[in-house]
Design a protein around this ligand. Structure first.
Ligand SMILES: Nc1ncnc2c1ncn2[C@@H]1O[C@H](COP(=O)(O)OP(=O)(O)OP(=O)(O)O)[C@@H](O)[C@H]1O
Ligand code: SF4
Ligand SMILES: [Mg+2]
Length: 338
């Protein structure tokens, strides 16, 4: 029997605090520094968005929090991941996973792959409740219907008997969210929960997540490559590039005046109603191979503001450049001042 040190409610510290997390993969091509000194915190009732292009280390960060990384090839080489003040990385892996099973849940991107095609949705929703809460099958079925109601699946009493392939993509993603909520987690991590969906359904799912988060006073981490998707629902944003956090700020501050050129570029690539008719800009070039990160600032080959110093001197790690604004750019102070 694994003891759960978190049965008592915590104080007013953040629910989840990640500090200087570093994760490497040893590959035939060399060492991939997938996460390189990333820190963030999530409080109850708040939503943090982690945003960055493909390969920036978002999912590896989430997997490290949940104890899901295969070690090897992965190795956590530094940092702490504290849930209510206790470092999950000092626990045996089994215990880490058990704590997450009870308190920190994950919604995966690909609902069809994550659901088992041969069991009804109701069976899968109730599975953890039977196994971990000792609920009877009948009680678990009733709870599964409630969970489907919670995520606004119509006709829940009938739909609970259906199989995953009988649901649309958006409805399947709702089922995934219901499943993540079954154990009443305090922190929910949603990794690209809407990428496979069309724009209208994306917005509905985001709204649903925000509603549930507020109702339950959960901490929510939304992982996405699309800054536009989280504009209405996030409180804080961490922007990642090549395994590092490059900007961290409140959502309003970040949208009003980004303090890092990469965030500026991401913002220019979002369709906006107030800029109808203007061409959207794509960010030129590609993120670096993590085995071959360029000298100086990792963003310099793509940065419109790069100066000579950027090609030789790495910028400081993300640090406060104005109240509540953190950036990892040589010229961050100028950016916030303008
Ligand atoms: N098992 C692995 N072995 C080697 N490298 C890996 C492994 N898993 C991830 N990586 C590398 O770690 C880096 C970060 O990957 P991660 O999946 O976190 O990116 P991401 O930001 O979630 O991207 P996406 O938006 O495409 O989901 C990538 O360069 C990836 O190739
Ligand atoms: S340090 Fe230089 S290259 Fe890097 S983001 Fe800032 S201006 Fe651009
Ligand atoms: Mg990912």
């Amino acid at each position: 029997m694994i003891m759960d040190p978190f049965d008592e409610p915590g104080g007013d510290r953040p629910l989840l605090e990640v500090d200087q997390l570093a994760v490497e993969f040893r590959t035939d091509d060399g060492v991939v520094r997938a996460v390189n000194g990333v820190s963030f915190a999530v409080e109850a009732g708040r939503t943090l968005a982690i945003v960055g292009e493909s390969g920036s280390g978002k999912s590896v960060t989430a997997q490290a929090v949940l104890g899901l990384l295969q070690t090897p090839p992965a190795k956590i080489t530094g940092g702490t991941i504290k849930f209510r003040g206790v470092d999950l990385l000092t626990m045996p892996r089994r215990e880490h996973r058990a704590v997450c099973g009870e308190h920190i849940a994950m919604v995966f991107q690909d609902a069809l792959a994550a659901l088992n095609p041969v069991y009804s949705v109701g069976f899968q929703l109730g599975e953890a409740l039977v196994a971990r809460r000792g609920m009877s099958r009948r009680a678990a079925r009733a709870r599964a219907v409630e969970l489907l109601d919670l995520v606004q699946v119509p006709n829940s009493a009938q739909r609970v008997r259906d199989y995953p392939h009988e649901f649309s993509g958006g409805m399947r993603q709702r089922v995934m969210i219901a499943m993540a909520l079954a154990m009443e987690p305090e922190v929910l991590i949603a990794d690209e929960p809407t990428t496979a969906l069309d724009v209208t359904v994306q917005a509905q799912i985001m709204r649903l997540l925000a509603e549930i988060q507020a109702e339950r006073d959960m901490g929510l981490i939304l992982i996405t490559h699309d800054l536009g998707v989280v504009a209405d629902v996030a409180d804080e944003i961490t922007v990642m590039y090549a395994g590092r956090a490059v900007e961290q700020a409140g959502v309003h501050e970040l949208f009003a005046a980004p303090a890092h050129p990469y965030t500026e570029a991401l913002l220019r690539s979002i369709p906006r109603v107030d800029r109808k008719g203007q061409e959207l800009e794509v960010i030129a070039g590609r993120p670096p191979e993590l085995t071959r990160i360029p000298a100086g600032c990792p963003f310099h080959p793509r940065c419109a503001r790069a100066q000579d110093v950027c090609r030789t001197d790495p910028p400081p790690p993300v640090l406060e450049v104005a109240p509540g604004r953190r950036s990892a750019c040589h010229f961050a102070a100028d950016l916030v001042a303008t």
